[in-house]
Design a protein around this ligand. Structure first.
Ligand code: UDP
Ligand code: MG
Length: 311
């Protein structure tokens, strides 16, 4: 059996249609499945619909968060709830074509493969600025942590082995896309075309995306901290050169001229120090977040019927 995990945030216009489409495709291909919807604290009628769907169909499980915890948290809640021998993650807006699940399933079933990774063969409709930003972000990730993530997506099939490995990773600040390649395992790729969003709009604001990018870079690499060291070395070299030249000038009796130099150096070094403190502070705040050891999410309700149709 496979579990299909679908994080849903304000998707009241999508959930039942998505479920219907996925169920039809799974039935047509004789794939035993369960659908795990995670309602990420939606403020619309998403939960009402999910609850009704789970009550009607024992193959649908509905999980409800106490508030919005973000897609990452919803993914992990789905992984924890899923009982399948493999888990597929997909978006609620049908941007991840459900036909691809069949392809992933076959690869997993017929080969000794643990992770089937959906890669975007094109990126669908995105605006230029967003595209530019995400390219820069993936370049940075690749440079600093060695993970190749452009074209990667959250659309994946994971064997139980990989799911359990992911669930054993204790960090609070998760980045599913990178973590699922960090755990290793035998991986195969399938390519899919990003479809247009069915109903509603993308839930991301620019501010959220920037926060997401910075969060994920810092979760996966400490390279920005090393920039601090590089700055330190550079300013040290400059100060040695300037120091020698100042002493030489003093001995030759031609000092007293460098007031602008003093100001420029003052500004330069203090801004580097502030910037470096900012980077260090950012990592400390992440350590603080982790050390609090709070749960990744809080579940309010779970609706799941057993084989006999009981709750
Ligand atoms: N999502 C979520 N919590 C959030 C934001 C989004 O669970 O706080 C879900 C959303 O319902 C959808 C998926 O994450 O199933 C992808 O969201 P969206 O389509 O808005 O993002 P995009 O496709 O633009 O990356
Ligand atoms: Mg989408």
């Amino acid at each position: 059996m496979i579990s299909i995990v679908i994080p849903s945030y304000n998707e009241e216009g999508n959930v039942s249609h998505t479920a219907e489409v996925v169920i039809r495709i799974m039935e047509k291909n004789n794939i035993p499945f369960e659908l795990v919807f995670v309602n990420d604290g939606s403020s619309d009628g998403t939960w009402g619909r999910l609850e009704a769907m789970a009550l009607k169909d024992e193959r649908i499980v509905a999980v409800n968060f106490s508030r919005n915890f973000g897609k990452e948290a919803a993914i992990f809640a789905g992984l924890e709830t899923a009982r399948g021998d493999a888990v597929v993650l997909m978006d609620c807006d049908l941007q991840h074509p459900p036909e691809t699940i069949v392809e992933m399933y076959k690869i997993w079933k017929n080969n000794d493969i643990d992770v089937v990774e959906g890669r975007k063969s094109d990126r669908g409709k995105e605006n230029k600025a967003y595209r530019g930003m995400s390219l820069l972000f993936y370049k940075l990730i690749k440079k600093t942590s060695g993970l190749d993530m452009d074209a990667a997506s959250d659309f994946k099939l994971l064997d139980r082995r990989a799911v359990d490995a992911l669930l054993r990773m204790p960090e609070r600040l998760t980045f599913f896309r990178a973590m699922s390649s960090w755990v290793g395992f035998k991986t195969e790729k399938v390519y899919f075309e990003v479809a247009e969003r069915e109903v509603g709009e993308s839930k991301w604001t620019t501010r959220q995306l920037i926060k997401f990018a910075i969060n994920n870079i810092t979760s996966f690499t400490s390279a920005p901290m090393q920039i601090v060291t590089v700055f330190g070395v550079l300013t040290f070299i400059v100060s040695v050169i300037l120091g020698i030249s100042t002493i030489v000038q003093k001995i030759l009796g031609e000092s007293d001229a460098g007031f602008p130099t003093v100001i420029i150096l003052q500004l330069l070094t203090s801004s580097i120090i502030m910037f470096s403190l900012g980077i260090i502070g950012y990592y400390i705040s992440k350590i603080y977040e982790e050390i609090k050891n709070r749960p990744r999410y809080i579940i309010r309700d779970v609706v799941r019927k057993n084989d006999r149709g009981e709750l």
